[in-house]
Design a binder for this molecule. Structure first.
Ligand code: GLY
Length: 369
């Protein structure tokens, strides 16, 4: 049951392999890429405890030796100190230009390890082995790498495409239901932004997928990666279409900032709430029918996800305060907020033509609801 998505970038093309037994084949795939037969793995302590032994066994079965550096779990790891530690460790491991670094973990490890690989000896190859649903459908694909700054998330980094992505869908079984559903927020986003039939399918199969149905998981990860690959092929460095992947993210980033990037709101939860708000705003601006936001909310509710701002525990700023936080988002261009809105489910588009009052009204009603 292995699916393959090809990311066809000139000179930087790579495959994404998706299925429930990919980890066991990791050594074979990586050995076939050439380079030194010693593999350096960057991971986190949680993933290392759960899955590092089988990965290293897969490597030794393929005649590869390996060493791993396990970093602390959590977003705070995406910082200069852990980047320095990772790069210095890779240098002590004598990683050279033709060698391969493996990023084994969720989005934090993928972003940090990809950045470390990008700047080490002016760039070495890296393989993404994403272990969270969010990383399998989004952050491991497309080459965005980097760390956070006190001034904001993901403000320091480069585009550096992986040479291979190995998404083992069996690893998703060890995620908490909350982490799984947070990743599912990004899956729903793909249907909402560009594939109404995929959203129809998620409405029907989402509960089975969350319950562990492996065929459904492989299909959802594959369709998400295919959609991301198609967009990245058109616009690798986000000069245009790639910004469609930010559906729900302008609202999400304001809510994440308002909750201090804490456990109160996981990224994918913010994306789901943000998608519902983007559809609400679209409907109020007369761009899509009022049924569309209702349908989005109904599906998120059916999945047991956070749907509305009021589902976030604790105090939040008022609507004007949230709007200010949106102004600090890096998708601001010439002082104007760029939004991804929709003409219907599966029909997202970008616009800077959004009246401030309309956004304020949506936020105000959501906070009062
Ligand atoms: N996560 C959005 C992107 O990769 O462009």
């Amino acid at each position: 049951m292995t699916a393959k998505v090809h990311v066809d970038l000139p000179g930087r093309a790579y495959d994404i392999l998706i299925g429930p037994d990919i980890l066991a084949q990791a050594g074979t795939h990586i050995a076939a890429m050439g380079g030194r037969r010693h593999i350096c793995i960057l991971t986190d302590e949680n993933v290392a405890a759960l899955h590092l032994a089988p990965l290293q066994t897969a490597f030794s079965d393929a005649g590869l030796t390996s060493d791993a550096l396990a970093l602390p779990m959590g977003e705070a790891t995406k910082c200069w100190a852990q980047l320095e530690r990772s790069v210095e460790w890779l240098l002590t491991q004598k990683v050279e230009r033709g060698d391969i670094v493996v990023a084994f973990g969720g989005g934090v490890i993928g972003d940090l390890a990809g950045f470390a690989a990008a700047i080490l000896r002016r760039g070495v190859r890296f393989v993404q082995i994403p272990t969270s649903l969010l990383a399998q459908v989004d952050s491991s694909v497309g080459g965005k790498t980097g760390i956070n700054s006190p001034s904001g998330k993901n403000l320091i980094g480069v585009f550096h495409q992986p040479s291979l992505v190995l998404a083992d869908t069996a690893l998703l079984a060890t995620l908490t239901p909350r982490d799984f559903l947070s990743g599912y927020g990004e899956v729903v986003k793909y249907g909402l932004l560009g594939d109404a039939a995929f959203f129809d399918w998620l409405e029907a199969e989402g509960p089975a997928l969350a319950g562990g149905d492996m065929n459904a998981r492989v299909r959802a990860v594959t369709r998400s990666c295919q959609m991301k690959a198609d967009i990245v092929q058109r616009d690798e460095t986000e000069l245009g279409d790639r910004a469609l992947l930010n559906l729900g993210h302008t609202f999400c980033h304001a809510l994440e900032a308002a909750t201090g990037y804490s456990d109160r709101l996981l990224h994918g939860e913010g994306v789901a709430i943000g998608c519902a708000l983007a559809f609400e705003l679209s409907a109020r601006m007369g761009l899509c029918s009022q049924e569309d936001p209702s349908r989005v909310r109904a599906h998120l509710r059916d999945m047991g996800m956070k749907v509305d701002i009021r589902d976030i525990q604790g105090d939040l700023p008022d609507a004007a305060g949230l709007l200010d936080l949106m102004g600090q988002d890096k998708k601001v261009l010439d002082g104007k907020l760029r939004f991804v809105l929709a003409r219907g489910i599966g029909e997202a588009f970008m616009t800077s033509d959004v009246p401030r009052e309309a956004v304020l009204a949506v936020l105000d009603d959501a906070l009062r609801a």
